[in-house]
Design a protein around this ligand. Structure first.
Ligand code: OSB
Ligand code: MG
Length: 372
């Protein structure tokens, strides 16, 4: 039986972050994004979230390009085709190049709707089995090293299973050394968001003394060749983030030896179906994976929780609790972290209710597309 979509809604939201987030690119204070909603004939509703930012610093997509691609290309494809299973969506969308975050936002709403229609949790619909998932936290660049040590202390006390520290040239080895000195046994990793080049190889190699779990995306966002050279010269495992847009990218990176770990982000790879395919390949090839974050609101966060229940997500992800990001999240209950664990909901679909009042408060625009 196909999924009888009657309507798609694009809710454009704007929400202020509790903790402005600084990377090697700059600081993000407010987040603008889409909540996608797919409604079926019985009025059942599935939700997705687009993770593009307002400027294209992380990938080329933005909130505006997402709107254009969803409205002018992807939604018309959904209107013209029947969908038997959410896995069909990525093949239907394959005629549109890239724009993975726009694709993932719509596919996510259809996955949630499908799971609700089947009366099963999204985690189960994806084939996940974990009842609890391990999570870590990603800390933006702090004004001073003392500030960083203080926030790490706070998150260690809250029980997060590993701490990710953003680095950039000038605020890297010395900062990490200081952290390692104060927290000798803490699982820590560093994320450079592409801030280095191979010319920095001697400098980056000094990280091998710091017992980091991994170094995330040190080199260019579109590179896998230089990363292979760096990985060959370093003991610290390299994890790719920005460089991975598909299973094909993972296969090539693996063949070249560009990394030892993969960060899977649903939006970056074009949706849950592709994320699952990457997971399955990594499981067969013994490549550890973890679920990355894009400072999501509750809907995107719930999708990350569901995906992380798959078995090869053996490293803690970046899916911190709702209250780390938001004064009030758009879902009920909020995503809660206890002792570094998120309990996976067992209700149908994403397993959290969208809070209409909070959704409305954060909404700056809504567009509705009817299906015939
Ligand atoms: O590089 O993983 C990244 C946030 C926005 C864009 C890119 C990244 C991040 C994070 C934070 O590291 C992840 C999160 O807490 O959601
Ligand atoms: Mg990253």
């Amino acid at each position: 039986m196909s999924i009888p979509i009657k309507q798609i809604k694009l809710h454009k939201l704007s929400m202020r972050l509790n903790n402005p987030f600084t990377t090697s690119f700059g600081t993000l204070k407010d987040k603008e994004f889409f909540i996608t909603e797919a409604v079926d004939e019985d009025g059942k509703r599935g939700f997705g979230e687009s993770v593009a930012f307002t400027s294209p610093w992380y990938t080329e997509e933005t909130v505006k390009t997402n709107e254009h691609i969803m409205e002018d290309f992807l939604i018309p494809i959904l209107q013209k085709n029947t969908i038997a299973h959410p896995d069909d969506v990525s093949s239907l969308f394959s005629s549109i190049r890239r724009n993975n975050m726009a694709k993932a936002a719509l596919e996510g709403a259809i996955w949630d709707l499908y799971a609700k229609r089947e009366n099963m949790p999204l985690s189960e619909a994806l084939g996940g089995t974990k009842k609890n998932i391990d999570v870590g936290i990603s800390i933006g660049i702090q004004p001073t090293t003392q500030d960083l040590l203080d926030v790490i202390e706070k998150y260690v006390r809250e029980g997060y299973k590993r701490i990710k520290i953003k680095i950039k040239p000038g605020r890297d080895i010395d900062v990490l050394k200081e952290v390692r000195y104060h927290f000798p046994d803490l699982p820590i990793m560093a994320d450079a968001n592409s801030a280095y080049t191979l010319q920095d190889i001697e400098h980056l190699k000094k990280m091998d003394e710091l017992n980091l779990m991994m170094l995330e995306q040190p080199l260019a966002h579109d590179d896998i060749v230089d990363h292979a050279k760096l990985q060959a010269a370093m003991d610290t495992p390299i994890c790719l983030d920005e460089s991975i847009h598909s299973l094909e990218d993972v296969k090539k990176a693996n063949q070249l030896g560009s990394c030892k770990i993969i960060n899977i982000k649903i939006g970056r790879v074009g949706g849950l179906t592709e994320a699952k395919r990457i997971h399955d390949y990594c499981e067969k090839n013994n490549i550890p994976v973890w679920c990355g974050g894009m400072l999501e609101a509750g809907v995107g966060r719930a999708h990350n929780v569901a995906l992380t229940t798959l078995p090869q997500f053996i490293l803690p992800g970046d899916t911190a609790g709702s209250s780390h990001y938001w004064q009030e999240d758009i879902i009920q209950p909020e995503v809660e972290v206890n002792q570094g664990l998120i309990h996976v909901p067992d209700k149908p679909g994403i397993g959290y209710e969208v809070d209409e009042k909070i959704l409305k408060k954060a909404t700056i625009d809504v567009k509705t597309f009817n299906f015939h």
